[in-house]
Design a protein around this ligand. Structure first.
Ligand SMILES: NC(=O)C1=CN([C@@H]2O[C@H](COP(=O)(O)OP(=O)(O)OC[C@H]3O[C@@H](n4cnc5c(N)ncnc54)[C@H](O)[C@@H]3O)[C@@H](O)[C@H]2O)C=CC1
Ligand SMILES: O=P(O)(O)OC[C@H]1O[C@](O)(CO)[C@@H](O)[C@@H]1O
Length: 385
């Protein structure tokens, strides 16, 4: 069995690559980072060190690696004969890998079983977004014979993999917890055999619970922690004011998850408490800079803040803590993050009303709109002080 995986970064090597290797797949990594791909291609193994209450070390072997930027032909040929394609490149990068997958499908023999395509990104229905990009690259779109040579399944991936220490090489330090939920329906009677993943009939509750608990809470800790000058996530959570804000957003998203998906309140409470402990994992060094990266993506319409806040407002439920988290996100100014600079420019050039419509996609008639405009206005005022 062969899997082509796009994105040999933190989650690619430390989560998807490991799980597919453990499932018996030969993993072919595709990435545009020449240094990383050269190192992978020249190596025969790397280690994944899981740290936490249940620390362990696993060795990944038997992989190959190609530069999908400079050696696209090789990656296309691999896809044509692969069983699975996965991605962990970031939701905004899916449109760049889609043409390569489309070409692989065009070259694939119709006699092969359909290619099983799964995007492993922090975004709701990321595989659907990838599929739409692939369809757009096929002559005839969904009527193209190449389209029938693939099946597409959405997934939810959860494992905290921070940036690695300089000098770590290909080895990856990750948290000991992980979860990979995959929608079962698209595969019919022949799902991929991945023992460490679980297949679910309806992914929506899983991905929303994950995104609106793990990612909302984590990013809230990062943004409030950044303002407080915390250098690690564990430090951020040790600041009582930050911890209180994280608890407050998770109480709000819990109310939505319980109301919308009928999760048992006690089970959701236990889930969020577990995540508070994960964020503060003392064995893992993670930073507000990494967890807060790409603030414009994180405050977009269907992401971890505006997504739940909009639904809460529609139900007449509280959103004050989520709005405070958005306010903190608007003050994220990490020099390493190009979206921080873009965000500052937008705050300086758009009116708060324009900002809310253009950046967060919330229309004036929406019940969240007044609170969001007030949040943006207060940050603009703070910036001009
Ligand atoms: N790190 C984490 O804890 C988690 C990350 N995720 C998601 O996984 C995805 C990847 O995140 P990380 O691994 O943390 O990021 P990363 O930055 O460590 O890895 C991304 C990799 O994608 C590569 N890449 C960029 N453009 C590419 C292209 N056109 N073709 C092929 N490869 C390309 C980069 O060179 C890099 O190696 C994101 O969507 C993130 O939201 C999901 C759960 C946990
Ligand atoms: O690119 P994003 O969405 O910040 O992804 C990384 C996030 O995902 C997580 O791994 C949670 O699954 C956190 O480490 C981090 O907040």
């Amino acid at each position: 069995m062969k899997a082509v995986h796009f994105g040999a970064g933190n989650i690619g090597r430390g989560f998807v690559g490991l799980i597919l290797h453990d499932a018996g797949y030969e993993v072919v990594f595709a990435d545009v980072n020449a240094e990383l791909i050269d190192a992978l291609a020249a190596s025969t193994s790397y280690q994944v060190r899981a740290v936490g209450e249940n620390s362990s070390t696993r060795t990944v072997t038997g992989y190959r690696a190609f530069n999908s930027g400079t050696d696209e032909e090789a990656v296309v040929a691999e896809i044509a004969t692969a069983d699975i394609v996965t991605t962990a490149v970031g939701p905004n990068i899916l449109r760049f890998v889609a043409p390569v997958i489309a070409r692989g499908l065009s070259q694939r023999s119709p006699d092969r079983a359909p290619l099983q395509v799964m995007a492993c990104e922090n975004a709701i229905n990321a595989t659907d977004a990838l599929k739409a990009e692939i369809v757009g690259r096929l002559d005839g779109g969904e009527t193209s014979p190449a389209f029938a040579r693939a099946v597409f399944a959405n997934t939810a991936v959860d494992r905290i993999v921070p940036n690695q220490e300089p000098g770590a090489g290909l080895d990856v330090t990750v948290e000991d917890f992980f979860e990979w939920a995959i929608e079962a329906g698209p595969f019919g009677a022949t799902p991929p055999v991945i023992p460490d993943a679980h297949f679910v009939p309806d992914l929506a509750p899983y991905i929303e619970r994950k995104l609106f608990t793990v990612n909302t809470g984590h990013a809230t800790a990062a943004y409030h922690g950044w303002i407080e000058g915390a250098s690690t996530l564990a430090d951020a959570l040790s600041i009582p004011a930050v911890f209180t804000e994280v608890k407050a957003v998770l109480a709000e998203t819990k109310a939505l998850l319980v109301a919308k998906h009928e999760f048992d309140p006690a089970t959701q409470e236990a889930y969020l408490e577990k995540n508070l402990a994960r964020f503060a994992n003392p064995y893992l060094t993670d930073t507000p800079e990494r967890v807060g990266r790409q603030p414009l993506r994180k405050i977009s319409r269907h992401e971890r803040f505006i997504g739940p806040a909009a639904e809460l407002a529609e139900r007449g439920l509280p959103t004050a803590a989520l709005l405070r988290a958005v306010g903190a996100a608007l003050r994220f100014d990490a020099p390493s993050d190009p979206q921080s600079a873009e965000l500052a420019t937008l705050l300086d050039t758009l009116t708060p009303e324009q900002f809310v419509e253009q950046v967060s996609g919330i229309e004036p008639a929406h019940p969240l709109y007044p609170g969001l405009v007030a949040t943006v206005r207060s940050v603009v005022a703070f910036r001009s002080e």
